[in-house]
Design a protein around this ligand. Sequence first.
Ligand SMILES: [Zn+2]
Length: 217
Amino acid sequence: MNLVIIGPQGCGKGTQAKLLAEKFNLAHIEMGSSLREQAKEDTPLGKELDEIINKKKELAPDDVIVRVISEQVSRAPAEKGIILDGAPRTISQVEKVAVAFKDNDRKLDKVIFIKLSEAESIERISMRVGCSNCGKNMKIGKDVKGVNDRCPDCGGELNQRKDDTPEGVKKRLDIFNQETVPVVEYYRNQGILLEINGEQDVDGVFKDIASDLEKYE
Ligand SMILES: [Zn+2]
C-alpha cells in the first residue's frame, strides 16, 4: 500500500505517519528529514542540496524536491509500502510524484487528508512552547501559563519558534490554501482521497484512518 499524507500545520500528520508506518509496514518518507539527510551525501544531488539548504539557507525548488522524492522512493525496500509525508505540496509536484512511484513499480493507493480548521491550527501552533534546556514540548494554558514561565521539569527557560505566532501561522496557512488545497482537490477528483477530521485526539484520528485502510489490505 502506497500513501500520501497531507494536512495543515498542527494537524499531527507526522505523528500519524509514524503510527501508520508501524501498523501497515510502510517506509515513512518525511520530506524535511529526507532533504537534510540527502544534503549530507557526497553525490551531485547531495552537494546541490547542501548548497541550497545549508549554505544559502533557502527553500529547495520544486525540481530538487522531486529528485529527492524519486531517490527516496527508489531506496524504499520493495516488500514495504510507502507513506509520503510533506509532498506533493504543489500541483506541479503531483505528476512528478506519480512518475517517481511508477518508475519504481508502485501505484499511489490513497491520499490521507487530515482536515483542521484555521482557528484550531492557529490555536495549536501558537500555544506551543519548548524548553531551551531539556527540549520538552508544552502547551500554554495547559502545561505552563505563558512563555515567561519556567520549565516545570527542569526550570529551564521556555521559548517559542519565532514564526509560531498567530500571524506566522496565518501566513503559512495562506500558502497551504493557495498551493496545497488544489492538490487535495486533484486527489479528490481522482477518487483516492480519504478525508479525516483532525479535530480529535491522536488516537481518534488514527482509528479513523486505520479503519478505512484496513479495507484495502
Ligand atoms: Zn526543561
